[in-house]
Design a protein around this ligand. Sequence first.
Ligand code: BGC
Ligand code: NOJ
Length: 817
Amino acid sequence: MKKYGYFDDLRKEYIITHPDTPLPWINYLGTDSYFSLISNTGGGYSFYKDARYRRLTRYRYNNTPFDSNGKYIYIRENKTGKFWSTTWQPTRHTMEMYQCQHGLGYTTIQSQAEKIHSKVTYFVPLNENLEIWKIKITNHHTHTVDISLFSFVEFCLWDAQGDATNFQRNFNIGEVEIDSATSTIYHKTEYRERRNHFAFFSCSEPLKGYDTQREKFIGSYHSMESPVVVENGNSLKSHAHGWAPIGSHHIEVTLEPEQTKEIIFILGYSENKKSEKFSPPDSQILNKDKVNQKITYYKDPKNVEDAFIALKRYWDQLLSKFTIKTPDVHTNRMVNIWNQYQCMVTFNLSRSASFFESGIGRGMGFRDSNQDILGFVHLIPEKARQRILDLASTQMPSGGAYHQYQPLTKRGNHELGSNFNDDPLWLILSTVAYLKETGDFDILKEDIPFENQKNSEKSLLTHLELSLKYTLDRLGPHGLPLIGRADWNDCLNLNCFSEEPNQSFQTTANKEGKIAESLFIAGQFVYAAKQMNELFIYLKMVDKANHYSGAIQKMEEAIVQHGWDGEWFLRAYDDRGHKVGSHENNEGQIYIESQGMCLMAEVGKKMKLATKTLASVHRHLATPHGIMLHHPPYTRYHLELGEISSYPPGYKENGSIFCHTNPWIMIAEAMNGNPEQAYNYYLRINPSAREHLSDLHRCEPYIYAQTIAGYDAPTFGEAKNSWLTGTAAWNFVAISQYILGIHPTFNGLAIEPKVPQTWLEYKVSRLFRGVIYSIEVKRVEEGENPSCEVDGIQVNSSTIPLPDVSKKEVKVLIKIP
Ligand code: BGC
Ligand code: NOJ
């Protein structure tokens, strides 16, 4: 099978050598407020904070050829009139060389045509709301060449939803300003009225010309492949009034043989105070004072270089908090680099903006963001802290949660509402993970409102208790938790009964919801409540601990009594009280989620249910491409099950390998003493280990995808929906905490390796509460006993207590059988 590139682990890059990858292989620029998505052929879009409400540039999903619209630069050799684009798309010309380096927070695309080499580096400097495109062009002819450069971005009219639909308005509102003196194009649609923000696109060179009206630049009935302006080599100095504002600079460059020229483009977002919007104040002219300072700063190549170095240093430092050296290259590069990187991206963007998520429909998911914290918290605990507080502030007094909130307003999203009954429990998992990582118990005392309402504040600890109460207040006929609209599986809609194609499975509930119960939430409750109990015991709140022990025990009993199918856990009871996920069903006999959750919660430990359950998972759900969500998939629509049965067999929630759930089984295998199987499952979905299958897998080989088509799909093994998935966080948890065995506890860092026998040794360096733990794990030699030494001194526990405050480094040597 064909490979499209390779990993460069030293540089922390994936290098793409063929531009025609099976799907666009993308990267994310920006770590804080300004984000830019960029593919290996320059496609993508940018936004400030909120991919729906503050979209800077326009992208066309679902277009042909795909990956349409981006951050393009055309080069035209003036003598011959030949032209091409530095990123291959949109011209898709024949190239003498091509290479795309996706690195951490930057992408560099090199190409060469007609002996003219270009290298464009795209990145977002730290703490800035702008992106830099730095281009270096070199003439490899033996004669001098005259070239014209045309940059191109198409502006989005801010609200990406309206932008894509409301053309009767959109075609009339576009406004720009052009300042030739600073080579800057300002996009200021709606600035005259309620907006106080605008976009800018500037360039370090004097302009030969510019264009700001798309139709003029491209030409009517032309395409991005051959815009008339580029064809003719002459910009038209078009000024957009309405229609489709773009930014295009025209620059002329003369290059001697082997001469290189560097040019900087700056695309960004800026705001002015309401009182300072215009200059002069009584005019309608954009006040550019503040933004022009930024622009001037980044036109200086030295400052750009410094910002790039700072970005690299930032990532090196972040990733140095957790590094490993194991015998397996796939594990090393995913854990050291890409999995942590993806955890940052999912933390920042939840499920909002990718090449599969349009950035319009979904804000920050309550369930999703809480889980993202699990894989992110060690990187920047302070940000995780803020996120926990933001999420908790949207919680309702009942303990229920808005399913999503909008990042710009941080308010719960009313359209989607609440009643996904698993949601509140995830807040416990994220908070406990944060506490274990940081020891910052003060967070529990923070006063946090409900539904962002002033004067409704209660402590975070109270919020967490309400999360438990929410489940306990909603138990069904078997004493198991009611499912509500859905639990983790958004498509298991047991109260929906939709016969109307225009209804949303997510928001329609045609039944009262007093019968359908979820074994997933049951397991999740036990899992979360046990963590709360551990916390109460740590805080010496014995009464609380006792109280919840009772609730846990009752729930476990209900699960074992009503939720055990003989060889695995049921998935649910539907609204008629019928079993879902039972051997009695013809389809959907066994589901992964309830097995994973119940086993992580150690339900049925005394009865040793884990071994039997895991054998069933292996027998019925495991494939070479990962573990399927359920099997057999549904072949027809089931009114009583909802969206799950709307997907063709083997896709998405209908029996695909929904990668998010696989780590739960890895964890369960590791906990149940079967590291070989845990690791084997880990490798099945590890993207690097699947790199050689790129033609089948199709998504990026450096990033987890949400789903891989299941056994029953015609495209078994094909991944979709890369980047924004809980798979990132959970796989990081599974490999780092359960397989490599390094997990934070309230009392210190625990080290409990569960690695395959073939691994004779491995090393981990882990920053934990300000202390670097240099950990070496080795197999015992003949005649030796397993042992654990901390700074040369034998200890008896696998949890290493924090050292004396003066000590910043600890060496741990562990010998395992
Ligand atoms: C998808 C789910 C997703 C949900 C969110 C469904 O169509 O299949 O994976 O969670 O939409 O709205
Ligand atoms: C994707 C959603 O973002 C997540 O919340 C959900 O758990 C899975 N799909 C499964 O439906």
